[in-house]
Design a binder for this molecule. Sequence first.
Ligand code: AMP
Ligand code: ZN
Length: 123
Amino acid sequence: MDNCIFCKIAAKQIPSKAIYEDDDLIAFHDINPAAPVHFLIVPKQHIPTLSDCGEAHTALLGKMMVLAPKLAQELGCGYRVGDDGNGAGGYKTLFNTGPDGGQEVYHLHLHVIGGPHPWRGQR
Ligand code: AMP
Ligand code: ZN
């Protein structure tokens, strides 16, 4: 897709701080992090919003969701029930959709936002 910043990142036409890549997905650090850990999981395929997904995208969306805890763990904010709480561990997963959903980049992406209390004083 011309002029789509995440398509350009996927095509390596512009740089990113890469975390992960496979045939379907890339993940990279958000350029304007809202928390100590903030990265995006992005399909290589250009899909504008979550609302453009249908049954055909079930596996892709599942893959994005399953990747989130793996990468969160690698980046130090993973959490499983039974882990000691104490404010440490855990993350938010977020799809912004449309203007009222706060979407700025119209190429589907899953935010993973973690670190100690990432939502305090943040969005
Ligand atoms: P959203 O509001 O859900 O569309 O979020 C778009 C996110 O992409 C924001 O958190 C931006 O900081 C992030 N972003 C925009 N451009 C880049 C970029 N070139 N590299 C990494 N993250 C970016
Ligand atoms: Zn795109």
